[in-house]
Ligand binder design. Sequence first.
Ligand code: SF4
Ligand code: ZN
Length: 180
Amino acid sequence: MHETVFSKEIIRVINHKLKSLDGNSKISSVSVRLSPLSHVRPKTLNAAFLQMIKTSNLKDMSLNIKSSEVELECKSCGRRFNVFKPIFVCPHCKSKGFDIKEEHEFFVESVEIEKKQDVCIWYNACPLKRFYEQGKLPKGWIEDYCWGDNSKCVRKKMEEEDRYHPDNMLPDGRIDKGLR
Ligand code: SF4
Ligand SMILES: [Zn+2]
């Protein structure tokens, strides 16, 4: 169950980091280091983490798992060497017996932050906001255009060019007769 403990640690670090972010930033991914000697495989950790975040506000976050460095000492020739992979053969004498000198089984290395797209300046006045809040318009439209890349919105272009556009025109320019 180490993967559960590690996943909880990732979420703890993320939540701590979130407290220091302004509203315009979000965490897009998190990078962790996992020892090649760990009993937890990267695939298992990834699956446990995704399972833990899937219904939370972190659900779009990705996890990068890299191997950490382990320092070993050969029992035969006494020399030390570092490994990143679970291949443990002394590079000097090819012996397979070793002692672990230094190992960090798991740690969160970094948290990647990205700026959120700006909410469209017309959002509060836009009829599509009202339709969305009334449950008549799927959230995808709002996420893609109003909270996402609103530079591609046909309504926005027409608004700025002072051209007439009906309330039931979708961001891609199509008319949805069901919207009223
Ligand atoms: S539909 Fe277009 S104009 Fe209206 S708020 Fe969204 S992006 Fe802006
Ligand atoms: Zn050796």
